[in-house]
Structure formats: C-alpha cells, structure tokens
Design a binder for this molecule. Structure first.
Ligand code: FES
Length: 69
C-alpha cells in the first residue's frame, strides 16, 4: 500500500498513517488525479468510505493511502 511505501522508505510525512493501516484514522488521506483514480484495481470498501467521510478536504478522487495496493 502507499502506507508501506512511506514506512519502508522512511519518508517523514507528519502524522501520516497514525493507525498503521487499521482504517481507524484518516491521516493517510490522498487525493489522486482522476486518471490515476480510475486505474485503481479496487473501489473503496464501506469501512474506508466511512473513514474518508471524516477526512479533511474530501474530493471525488480521495482514497486512504493505506488501502491502495
Ligand atoms: Fe489510518 Fe490509513 S493509516 S486509515
């Protein structure tokens, strides 16, 4: 997932991935370009959608980075 990329590369993004991918935060919120959003193999689960509703600046192409594989 994008969360793995951040962790494995020791990227210092303040607060990103606070719940470590358990879908209980929205700190991994990312906004994708429409063309990239369309290429994702899976749609957001109900659990992800519920958490996205709490994300700041939600857009039509928002996802949780920990759920993108
Ligand atoms: Fe918490 Fe993605 S890291 S929902």
């Amino acid at each position: 997932s994008l969360l793995d990329v951040v962790v494995n590369n020791d990227l210092n993004i303040e607060g990103f991935g606070a719940c470590e991918g358990t879908v209980t935060c929205s700190t991994c919120h990312v906004i994708l370009k429409p063309e990239d959003f369309e290429r994702l193999p899976e749609e957001a689960s109900d659990e992800e959608r519920d958490m996205l509703d709490l994300a700041y600046g939600l857009t039509d192409t928002s996802r949780l980075g920990c759920q993108i594989t």
